[in-house]
Design a protein around this ligand. Structure first.
Ligand code: PCP
Length: 383
């Protein structure tokens, strides 16, 4: 299949060609020496619990990567939080998976970063509508990865259409500034009326009200134009014009209320962070969040061999031996050697993912979201 955008095709990932060159040298060297040791390797970000929790996701893609490989893989459940110790464990002949390390870590690192940032936005305002608007900031080939991570962390919706097809949820959205430009300054009412006439009834009537005039004027015009049909206004005031954004929103609310438009909601977008969301959530009804999620740091996962032919081994600074991780009722995350007892009442978190090349887990997004939000509460996820 042609690949006009220069992205690495799925076939190359599955075949292990999406790898770092030194793994190819490793294969050549081990084959030359007649070695292919039986190992256990673990993926970790931090060895010991740090108290700084992050969301684990990307595991569905990892399962696909390992399907058909003669290895066993255990991993945290999708959406589980962690702050140290292994999140994933592989056991088998090293050459069965050596070349997969690069893709394996990539499948986990970036989505886990997206989901952690999305959880921060979610918990900044648990009761408000929060939507993922950031697909435009990433390569389109990973838009569904962004949107799935956002939903996993409990966001209410997302904007990217093709991502929706992949995830099985419909994308949401109303109008960009481009639509307003096409009608021109002074013709905002015409634009909103045409929108109201053109789009399906299931699409909320949210008028974009910061394009040409001040937010108060355009909001009142939208309310007068669409009347009871208007569900809300969106304010995306650019940073250079923002001044006191909270004051602008309160002023719009006041003026809408003063004219009887109490049912018109106010939505905000543009450069929002958990901090700004927290500062606005008592005056705005919903938020579109993009760059806070898409600009999240990837989780710094690495893969290390911890057991060689049944004997513990490790690089300096890493912990040898096969480990288990546990969640205790007080929200603790505990790391122990797998051949020792875990903490009293500890729930063991690593679960079978692949057994001798067969995927032995199902991946339901709703279940992962429920787990993520419950675990965030259990561990006291600190934004
Ligand atoms: C919104 C905003 C940001 C987009 C969404 C993502 O776009 O202006 O560019 O939010 P972020 O700042 O959190 O990443 P629209 O107002 O829909 O964009 P446009 O001006 O292109 O119409």
């Amino acid at each position: 299949m042609s690949n006009p955008f220069g992205t690495v095709p799925a076939e190359a990932i599955l075949e292990g060609d999406a790898t770092d060159a030194y793994f190819e040298r490793t294969r050549a060297t081990l084959e030359h020496a007649g070695k292919n040791p039986h190992v256990v390797a673990e993926v970790t970000a931090d060895q010991f619990p740090t108290g700084e929790f992050e969301v684990f996701t990307g595991v569905k893609d990892v399962a696909t990567l390992f399907e058909g490989r003669a290895v066993d893989v255990d991993a945290l459940p999708d959406g589980q939080l962690f702050d140290g110790g292994p999140v994933l464990r592989i056991e088998g002949p090293y050459l069965e998976f050596a070349a997969l390390e690069t893709s394996l870590l990539g499948f986990l690192s970036q989505p886990s970063g997206f989901a952690t940032a999305a959880l921060e936005a979610r918990l900044a305002t648990p009761e408000s509508l929060v939507l993922s608007f950031g697909a435009r900031h990433v390569h389109p080939s990973i838009a569904a990865t962004v949107e799935r991570a956002a939903l996993l962390a409990g966001l209410d919706g997302f904007s990217h259409v093709a991502a929706g097809d992949i995830i099985g949820r419909e994308a949401g959205g109303t109008m960009p500034h481009a639509l307003m430009f096409c009608f021109g300054e002074g013709n905002q009412a015409e634009a909103w009326t045409a929108f109201d006439e053109a789009v399906g009834e299931d699409v909320p009537r949210i008028a974009l009200v910061d394009t040409f005039w001040d937010e108060k004027s355009e909001s009142l015009l939208a309310a007068e134009t669409l009347g009871d049909d208007l569900d809300g206004v969106r304010i995306d005031t650019t940073g250079s014009r923002r001044g006191d954004f909270r004051h602008i929103i309160r002023e719009v609310r006041w003026e809408l209320d003063a004219r009887g438009y109490e049912d018109v909601d106010i939505f905000c977008s543009g450069g929002l962070t958990p901090e700004t969301i927290r500062s606005l959530c008592d005056v705005a009804d919903g938020f579109g969040v993009g760059s806070h999620i898409t600009g999240a740091d990837s989780v710094d996962f690495s893969l290390d061999i911890v057991e060689l032919e049944g004997e513990p081994i490790s690089k300096r600074g890493k912990l040898s031996g096969v480990k288990n991780v546990y969640r205790t009722p007080d929200g603790g995350h505990h790391v122990t050697l797998a051949n020792r007892d875990g903490p009293t009442e500890g729930e063991s978190l690593l679960e079978p993912l692949v057994r001798d090349g067969e995927i032995v887990r199902e991946f339901a997004l709703a279940e992962a979201t429920e787990r993520c939000l419950a675990d965030a509460e259990a561990v006291g996820f600190d934004q």
